[in-house]
Design a protein around this ligand. Structure first.
Ligand SMILES: Nc1nc2c(ncn2[C@@H]2O[C@H](COP(=O)(O)OP(=O)(O)OP(=O)(O)O)[C@@H](O)[C@H]2O)c(=O)[nH]1
Ligand SMILES: [Mg+2]
Length: 393
């Protein structure tokens, strides 16, 4: 009986000491823990974070009318070399489209090299157009027009057929569309270009290359890093900035994109630049939809100056997917021009025609590679010529 009591006492002692040890460890841990995570704060100046407003729910109406803006990060060293002129850029497009032996070009050549075009040939041709991302509507239209013209006039030779085809392709791409960029200063306000698109399409790269083109045209340019999804995004843009010799306004990772864009435009007005280029995110931290956020960024900017151009960047290699994205973006930000990137890759040129049809918005710029000069203004005739290029072209 006594030993039973002894065991009870020992057991109780063990329990009490375990509880005490547990308590001590827990208290220590709590002391070591960092303070609970704060909501990301809004930067009110370039490169700075001023803890005055929470990010998650920044409404357009609570933005201050005047935000103190610090001097943007000055580029480390200005670009000294001169950008490649557009004409030779387009010559490179010709080579690249030809180099990849794209299906459209080959299909067209096959068609043109026949002496007589029979039903099977037309069908093959139609298939080729469809697999080149031309889309059903434009394909049917093109084939119908060609059949009409070639049967009425007869095909004298393949040169003649090529000429007719060239004309019809140009008509499809539509040379009447205004492809100029609205990048002129008006009064005391800079032009503001917003660059939008899903992640990875080439927005940041396009902003960098475009800045270089504008600098070459003697324009003063300011960049705004409104992609605050990750710190590396602002860094990537600032690197482009220093590469081409223009300043970049940025906020901290997680800062409110609208606020950074607003600050960039404010700095652009203060410093009397000609063009402010705003890079935006393809993804977000907050639960707000990307589209809502972009609409908000645009409205916030417009408290300072009108957005003169909204460029939607689409990766040409994504085909149909890109079209779906385009439709969604058009709804919220009133896209004024398309930048079709990665045309140097496995892209099929027909997407140019389809995307313009779909949106009623012209392709204004094309991306031809990752280099600084790999952006060219879109030129209908040159583009069609590049598509129709044969090995001797
Ligand atoms: N081949 C080729 N690559 C390109 C072109 N444009 C952009 N890229 C590459 O595509 C990748 C993504 O480009 P980014 O400019 O970072 O794309 P982004 O849209 O800003 O991406 P997020 O910031 O993540 O939304 C990079 O590796 C670029 O070098 C192009 O015209 N041709
Ligand atoms: Mg980017």
């Amino acid at each position: 009986m006594e030993s039973y009591l002894v065991w009870i006492i020992i057991g109780a002692a063990v329990l009490v000491s375990a509880a005490v040890v547990g308590l001590v460890v827990a208290t220590r841990r709590r002391r070591e823990l960092p303070p609970a995570e704060q909501p990301p704060q809004v930067g009110a100046g370039s490169g700075t974070v001023v803890e005055d407003r929470p990010t998650g729910d920044v409404g357009v109406d609570i933005l201050p009318t005047e935000v103190p803006v610090e001097a943007p990060t000055e580029p480390a060293e200005p670009a000294l070399d001169t950008p490649e002129p557009p004409r030779s850029r387009l010559a490179r497009l010709r080579r690249r489209l030809a180099g990849q032996q794209n299906a459209l070009s080959r299909g067209l050549l096959a068609l043109l090299s026949r002496d007589r075009i029979d039903e099977d040939t037309w069908e093959d041709f139609e298939d080729t157009l469809l697999t080149s991302d031309l889309g059903v509507g434009p394909t049917t239209e093109l084939v119908t027009r060609l059949r009409q013209r070639l049967s009425i006039d007869g095909v004298a030779d393949s040169e003649e057929a090529r000429r007719v085809l060239r004309e019809e392709m140009i008509a499809l791409v539509d040379p009447t569309m205004d492809r100029s960029l609205n990048v002129e200063r008006t009064g005391d306000q800079p032009a503001v270009v917003m660059v939008v698109g899903v992640n990875g399409t080439g927005k940041t790269t396009t902003v960098g290359k475009l800045a270089r083109v504008l600098v070459a045209e003697d324009k003063d340019v300011m960049l705004g890093a409104a992609d605050t999804f990750r710190a590396a995004a602002a860094e990537q843009l600032a690197t482009w900035g220093s590469r081409v010799g223009v300043p970049t306004v940025r906020g901290e990772e997680g800062a409110d994109p609208g606020s950074v864009a607003f600050n960039a435009v404010a700095a652009g007005i203060d410093q009397e630049v000609d063009v402010v280029l705003i890079d935006t995110a393809g993804r977000l931290h907050t639960k707000t939809g990307l589209m809502d956020e972009l609409g908000k960024v645009k409205r916030v900017i417009e408290k300072k100056a009108p957005v003169t151009e909204v460029l939607l960047v689409l990766d040409a290699t994504t085909g149909q997917n890109g079209l779906t994205q385009a439709r969604i973006f058009r709804e919220v930000v009133d896209v004024t021009g398309i930048v079709l990137t990665k045309l140097d890759g496995s892209a099929k040129g027909g997407i140019v025609i389809q995307v313009q049809r779909e949106l009623g918005v012209p392709v204004k710029l094309i991306g031809l590679g990752e280099g600084v000069d790999d952006l060219a203004p879109f030129d209908t005739e040159q583009f069609v010529d590049a598509l129709l290029l044969d090995d001797n072209g």
